[in-house]
Design a protein around this ligand. Structure first.
Ligand SMILES: NC(=O)c1ccc[n+]([C@@H]2O[C@H](COP(=O)([O-])OP(=O)(O)OC[C@H]3O[C@@H](n4cnc5c(N)ncnc54)[C@H](OP(=O)(O)O)[C@@H]3O)[C@@H](O)[C@H]2O)c1
Length: 257
């Protein structure tokens, strides 16, 4: 199996690379900006191709595609679109600029990379794409508007892509993590309180879900699984969800004065 994993230099992407490397015959292409991290990981897992690139750069998709063509003759069995970040700020503070930069990484970069690699995935079918979105792509929270916008967009686009690519033999899976303690998303407030610590997952659990939603063929996985309830309640009981999330919003706004 030839797999491209974006955001492989830390957190969920790194855990996914380690997990995929344990699969028989797996050969990986690791993508992120921090080259040293990727090289160290590649060495640890017994070799991998490293593409150190900012995925928001105009030539990033072509550089990843060129690496797959050079190293693997264009064969590609799995693309894991995982790279992403969040810059939390209420809209009144972050404004459009915060929405723009979040969309550029969490949505546009994923779509552009997929466009560049789709011909290889189709030619290698049966193959798979796994898009790592978020439960924030189903439920919005105060301060996370830009992030939610990008993940709602990514989720909606993934739903359509899933339907379109089936006929080409490219399975498209969606993974919706809840709270996962990583470098970019330390979840400090939840981890510090014994009452809420249980709600925080580990990147390795998301990595298992990514395998389930890719080669395993599932269309959608929440991590932890029970988080599908948040998506259900947002539709079935929007008032309840709004009251619960308003409490968090009030705390955030009080802290910011
Ligand atoms: N942790 C959570 O609670 C959580 C919950 C729901 C969804 N998610 C999603 O899961 C994915 C992975 O997040 P994580 O928690 O593993 O965070 P993380 O540890 O911060 O990892 C983010 C990865 O994305 C890469 N990245 C960031 N900006 C990039 C850019 N411009 N170009 C290329 N690569 C870039 C980073 O590498 P470099 O810095 O080396 O470029 C890093 O490898 C994200 O899409 C995130 O939205 C996370």
């Amino acid at each position: 199996m030839i797999a491209v994993v974006t955001g492989a230099s830390s957190g969920i992407g790194e855990a996914t690379a380690r997990r995929l490397a344990a699969e028989p015959g797996a050969r990986l292409v690791l993508v992120a900006r921090r080259e040293e991290r990727l090289r160290a990981l590649a060495e640890e897992i017994g070799g991998a191709t490293v593409v150190a690139v900012d995925l928001t750069d105009a030539d990033a998709p072509a550089r990843v595609r060129a690496a797959v063509e050079r190293e693997h003759g264009g064969r590609l069995d799995l693309l894991v679109n995982n790279a992403g970040a969040s810059w939390n700020a209420p809209f009144g503070e972050g404004g459009w600029e915060n929405v723009r930069r979040t969309m550029a990484l969490n949505f546009d970069a994923q779509v552009r990379l997929t466009e560049a690699l789709l011909p290889l995935l189709r030619a290698s079918a049966p193959s798979a794409i796994v898009n790592v979105a978020s439960t924030a792509g189903r439920v919005g929270r105060a301060g996370g508007g830009a992030y939610s916008a990008s993940k709602f967009a990514f989720t909606g686009w993934t739903d359509s892509l899933h339907l379109e690519e089936q006929v080409h033999g490219v399975h498209v899976g969606l993974v919706m993590p809840g709270f996962v303690a990583t470098e970019g998303f330390p979840q400090t407030m939840l981890v510090e309180r014994s009452l809420t610590r249980w709600a925080v997952s580990r990147p390795e659990r998301v990595a298992e879900a990514i395998l389930d939603a890719g080669p395993g063929g599932r269309a959608e996985r929440y991590v932890p699984r029970a988080y599908w309830l948040a998506a259900l309640l947002r539709i079935a009981a929007p008032g309840l969800v709004r009251r619960a999330t308003q409490r968090g919003a009030n705390r955030l706004l009080m802290r910011r004065g």
